[in-house]
Ligand binder design. Structure first.
Ligand code: PLP
Length: 432
């Protein structure tokens, strides 16, 4: 029996990523992965945005090993622990206070979708309203409450029950140049529109699964103003776009908005350990004890690595500046790639190091990522028809590795769309 056969024998058909990358992986470091046969891959998927600091980041690993070695707490329900106290202090001192943000932190079950469930429940409880506005192409998770706010038909179809309690509105640029905040405003202020006044609006500043669609800062600001005027809570789901992915710790910082509730997960632990929080404007914290509960709200290993990540990467602006410089470099190369492969590759999308290139034909986008994998690059697609090739490499990926991965992708694009000489010498290679 090969190792592969056990997956066919025992693992449910629900497996998804594994289908696109049919290998058995055994080792990982930084932006590199190896399979059990010793083949090396560059990982531009990085745990779907959960490994912003790379696989087995040495700084985080050291902190975790020391914690484990000392018999410190691993699992603690929601007991007070030293590791949790340190995480809260780091959040306050390194992240919240310097940004003038005031939130209390709810430790939810360790998945993104559970943080979203908590946010939606609390918004409904506090406002005593049921409806929540979500946006086209939004993705907030696959448990039933979050799924009702998620656009994707494939995921919605699996719910098995009617999904309700949400009204979907067009995201920024959904109708091209039409101002969709005007549209939302009209519907929620018209007493005869058929849309109930919502408890909250839930939005991603950059839609990851929806195709790396970035809302403009102006759109986000107008949405916040509308929420304030109508006494609606603004929830930013920063599960994928947060933790530095778009260049700042929170993706909403450069827009200058202050959401009432923020959900975080994915790269929050920094080490790939399950961890999620819901950050709540203090006066909205109307939870009764244990009203939103969960056995795994006390993953102390995640507290330790999250604290190490905050202390190591976010105490000074250096890391954010480095991410911005890499993002500029990445975008520049992607832009050149689009120019080269037009009309098969149509545009670069996203913000910071959360980028995508949209292909005209979803089938051919799939062929490109398949080919890229054969050449040693793990890269995924997203968007309504999986037509956007999505770049989520660790933020710690070196410029040399970014080049290596993009060269592979360019080779795969050339295989699919026609061969043109690859010339990377035209790109500025800034110091890493
Ligand atoms: N919210 C956003 C923006 C996401 O991208 C995701 C997952 O991709 C989720 C929520 C759900 O997180 P999880 O898969 O951990 O439940």
């Amino acid at each position: 029996m090969t190792v592969m056969e056990i997956f066919e024998e025992l693992e449910s058909n629900v497996q998804s990523y594994a289908r696109g990358y049919p290998r058995v992986f055994s080792k990982a470091r930084g932006s590199e992965l190896w399979d059990q046969d010793g083949n090396r891959y560059l990982d531009f998927l990085a745990g779907a945005g959960s490994l912003n600091y790379g696989h087995n980041n040495p700084v985080l690993k050291r902190a975790l090993l020391e914690h484990i070695e000392s018999d410190a707490i691993t699992h603690s329900l929601d007991f007070h622990t030293v590791a949790k106290a340190r995480f809260l202090e780091a959040m306050r001192d390194i992240i919240l206070e310097p940004r003038g943000l005031d939130y209390v932190i709810q430790f939810t079950g360790p998945t993104g979708t559970n943080a979203v469930e908590a946010a939606l429940k609390l918004a409904r409880k506090v406002t005593d309203r049921t409806n929540v506005i979500s946006f086209t192409n939004g993705f907030h998770g696959v448990s039933v409450g979050s799924l009702a706010a998620t656009g994707n038909k494939h995921h919605r179809g699996a719910a098995g029950v009617p999904l309700y309690g949400t009204s979907v509105m067009p995201y920024d640029r959904y109708f091209g140049d039409v101002d969709t905040v005007d549209y939302v405003e009209r519907l929620i202020t018209d007493p005869s529109s058929g849309v109930d006044l919502p408890a909250a609006m839930i939005v991603e500043t950059v839609q990851g699964e929806g195709g790396t669609n970035a809302a403009s800062f102006a759109w986000l600001q107008r949405l916040e103003t509308l929420c304030r005027e109508q006494n609606i809570l603004l929830i930013v789901d920063d599960i994928q776009a947060g933790c530095g992915r778009t260049g700042s710790f929170f993706s909403f910082e450069p827009a200058g908005i202050k959401p009432d509730i923020v959900t975080m997960s994915k790269s929050l632990s920094g080490y790939g350990l399950p961890f999620a929080i819901t950050m709540i404007r203090p006066d909205l914290d109307e939870w009764g004890p244990g009203e939103h509960n969960g056995t795994f709200r006390g993953n102390n290993h995640a507290f330790v690595t999250a604290t190490a990540a905050l202390e190591h990467y976010w105490r000074t602006p250096d890391f954010a500046n480095e991410v911005q410089a890499k993002a500029d470099y990445l975008t520049n190369r992607l832009q050149t790639m689009v120019t080269r492969f037009l009309p098969d590759v149509l545009e670069v999308r996203g913000r910071g190091m959360m980028r995508g290139i949209r292909c005209a034909d979803p089938k051919r986008a799939a062929a490109v990522t398949k080919k890229a994998f054969e050449y040693g690059l793990i890269i995924e697609r997203s968007g309504p028809r999986d037509e956007v090739i999505k770049f989520l490499m660790p933020l710690t990926t070196s410029l040399a590795e970014i080049d290596e991965g993009l060269d592979i992708l360019e080779r795969a694009l050339a295989d699919e769309f026609g061969t043109v000489e690859i010339n990377t010498s035209t790109f500025d290679v800034a110091a890493d």
